[in-house]
Every structure is written in C-alpha cells, then in structure tokens.
Design a protein around this ligand. Structure first.
Ligand code: PMT
Length: 224
C-alpha cells in the first residue's frame, strides 16, 4: 500500500460531546472526551486524506493537517455537518450528540425555588447522521457509532438500518476500560451483510484499523 493511500479523499468526522444550554451557566451534556473522534481524524490525515473535524467542546489539540470546526450544541453541529458533508467522500459520526435540548433556554440564571422538584421540558434534536445519510445528492459514504450499555450489537444494527447508514461501530460503553474518556476502546463494525470485531487497543491503533476498514468498504461501493 502507498504511504498515503487516502490522498485525494475528503473525510468529515464529528467528535466530542454537545452541550445543550439550560440557562447562561448550566447545560446538559455527556462524558465524551473527543479522543476517539480525534484519533480517527489523525489516522485519516496521516494516510493522506483531506480531513475536516467538527468538534464539540473538548480539551484536545487539533491533529496535524486537520481542519477543525468548533461547535457547542447539536443544532450548531447539525448546521456545520450538513454544510461540509456534501463536499465529503466519507462522513464519520463519532460525536456523542445530545438527543434532546431544553425547549426554552432561560435568559437569566434559573433560581432555586421552594419546590423539591424541578421539571424540564426537552425537545428532540435533529439527527445529524440520519440527515447526512439521507442526502439525495452528494451523499457521502456514511459511518455512525452506537454507544450502548446493553443489547449492544442488536441496538447497533437497528441504528444501521433506521438511520440508513453504510456502516456502524458498536461501542459497548459499559466497560470501565473502554468507551467514554478512556485511552483504549473496542468496537464491532457492522455493515449490511457482515461484521468485524476490532478488539481492545489504544484509540490511535483502533482508529488506524477502522479507517482502513472504512476505506475498503467505500472502495467496494465505488466499484459496484
Ligand atoms: O469521545 P470519547 O471519550 O473518546 O468516547 C468515544 C465515544 C464513546 C463517544 C464514541 O466511541 C461513540 O460511541 N460515539 C457515539 C456516541 C453516541 O452518541 O452514540 P448514539 O448511539 O447515541 O448515536 C448513534 C449515532 O447517531 C452516532 O453516530 C451519533 O453521532 C449520531 N447522532 C446521535 C444523535 C443525534 N441527534 N445526531 C446524531 O448524528
């Protein structure tokens, strides 16, 4: 294989969490550190790809040669992703996007009331990867992730079908040494008619194997 097998290919990769504001000082979010998505961006760039990384709020340096777009909320990530996806050959949704946001964001800090309970009304965020996979024109080869704590493979397969993806990476995030904010991870890549286990290893090593696997499937799709 040449040293830069992905030269000329455009990747867009989402990474990190989103933050959904409740008021000027509080938000809903999750434990994503961005490490998996950044490792994918670094691996694709090292293989010669032109990489755009759309990142939620994380504490990580931009990998060498990667273009980075910073966003905060799911709605911002959705806007950025749709703009760049149509100029991409391959789109990978590794971000842990909040499924819901507050129906109303308070202008001022919410004050503690007399009641022991506070009810929040949440509304659904747009499904970014489903929107990318559903593009009628200039649709990239679309790869999602599925972070699950139970029925990992069957929930991931459902997401592969429901979101109309080309591939999905099932990520069992119930394991203490893998998934969110760890240095290592393990995945099972699922596609229509097959799957491949990528065992526990550093996120950098895993990312290199996964980018190679994605490229193989992308190339096959181009020739059929
Ligand atoms: O960032 P790290 O700390 O390194 O952790 C890595 C990770 C655990 C975050 C990563 O490996 C991972 O599993 N990412 C997906 C997390 C997730 O939110 O999965 P999900 O099953 O909720 O979402 C399924 C897919 O839909 C994902 O591709 C997600 O990006 C996408 N999605 C979800 C909701 C939404 N509104 N829009 C989306 O595009």
């Amino acid at each position: 294989m040449p040293a830069t097998p992905l030269a000329g290919l455009r990747f867009t990769i989402t990474a990190g969490p989103t933050r959904e504001a409740l008021d000027p000082v509080r938000y809903l979010s999750n434990h994503s550190s961005g490490k998996m998505g950044f490792a994918l961006a670094a691996a694709a760039a090292a293989m010669g790809a032109d990489v755009t990384l759309i990142s939620g709020p994380v504490q990580l340096a931009t990998p060498a040669g990667v273009k980075r777009i910073d966003v905060v909320s799911a709605e911002q990530m959705h806007q950025a992703a749709l703009k760049v996806a149509v100029q991409s050959d391959i789109f990978i949704g590794c971000a842990a996007v909040a499924d819901y946001r507050a129906a109303d964001v308070a202008t001022n800090k919410l004050k503690k009331g007399a009641s022991e309970q506070l009810q929040l009304t949440l509304v659904k965020n747009p499904d970014i990867i489903a929107a990318v996979a559903g593009l009628a024109k200039q649709r990239p080869f679309t790869v999602g992730f599925a972070a699950e704590t139970q029925n990992v493979l069957s929930y991931a397969r459902q997401k592969l079908l429901n979101k109309k993806l080309d591939m999905i990476c099932a990520n069992d995030v119930s394991q203490p040494d893998a998934g969110f904010n760890s240095e290592q991870n393990a995945l099972t890549a699922l596609w229509h008619g097959g799957e491949q286990v990528l065992g526990l290893q550093t996120k950098a090593a895993l990312a290199a194997s996964l980018i190679t696997l994605i490229y193989q499937h992308f190339s096959q799709q181009q020739t059929t």
